[in-house]
Design a protein around this ligand. Structure first.
Ligand SMILES: [Zn+2]
Length: 202
């Protein structure tokens, strides 16, 4: 979600070029990624343009096989992605253009994830909130738990979210995925986003 909110992580072709060729992987993988970024993989769709063959995917048969379909959208590819349990992967990841998808995934290093929750006995009632912050390798960064006194369920959820955001801010974290089970808290965060000032949440 936060990636969507923070367009600064999105760069141009020049940015992708730098990211691909600086990746700590073998030259063969760098070349493969670069060919893919340029949409030059010999897919069924590209072959169809050159030879007049069927552009459909041979695995699922549900769509034309372009680079994005092979690596992301095909049913088999999706199964693989979701089996990896990558935290910044969500349904929106599958509607991005291939270029934005690459930028998002190649630039995923350095991301953090905040999970927050609020609990209340009754509504209103005695409440608490808690959360955990993890790094991009799922490594534990810090956790928190706070007694809130008497408040409503939504106040407890919002307190958990804001408390976690403030910790992330104090740690200088700029790329953060925020996850909680309160749709109201998440939509409040989205509504508060004005294109660059999410950290002004109070
Ligand atoms: Zn397919």
């Amino acid at each position: 979600m936060y990636w969507k909110l923070n367009p600064r992580v999105v760069g141009g072709v020049d940015h992708i070029w730098k990211v691909v060729w600086k990746l700590p992987v073998s030259r063969r993988i760098q070349v493969f990624l670069w060919i893919t970024v340029l949409d030059r993989l010999l897919t069924a769709k590209r072959r169809a343009k050159l030879l007049g063959t069927d552009p459909k995917c041979l695995i699922c048969g549900a769509a034309e096989e372009d680079s994005c379909h092979v690596l992301r959208d095909c049913t088999k590819a999706k199964q693989l992605w979701f089996s990896l349990d990558i935290f910044y992967l969500d349904s929106e990841s599958f509607i991005l253009s291939s270029r934005d998808w690459f930028i998002k995934n190649l630039g995923s290093k350095g991301w953090f994830k905040l999970n927050f929750d609020g609990a209340v006995k009754g509504n209103p009632g005695p409440a608490s909130c808690r959360g955990v912050l993890r790094g991009d390798a799922r490594d534990w960064v810090c956790g928190f738990a706070k007694i809130l006194g008497i408040c409503s369920a939504i106040s407890a959820e919002l307190s958990g979210m804001v408390y976690g955001l403030k910790i992330a801010q104090d740690l200088g974290i700029s790329k953060l995925v925020v996850e909680g089970d309160s749709a109201t808290a998440i939509s409040t965060l989205q509504a508060a986003w004005d294109g660059g000032q999410v950290w002004n949440l109070e």
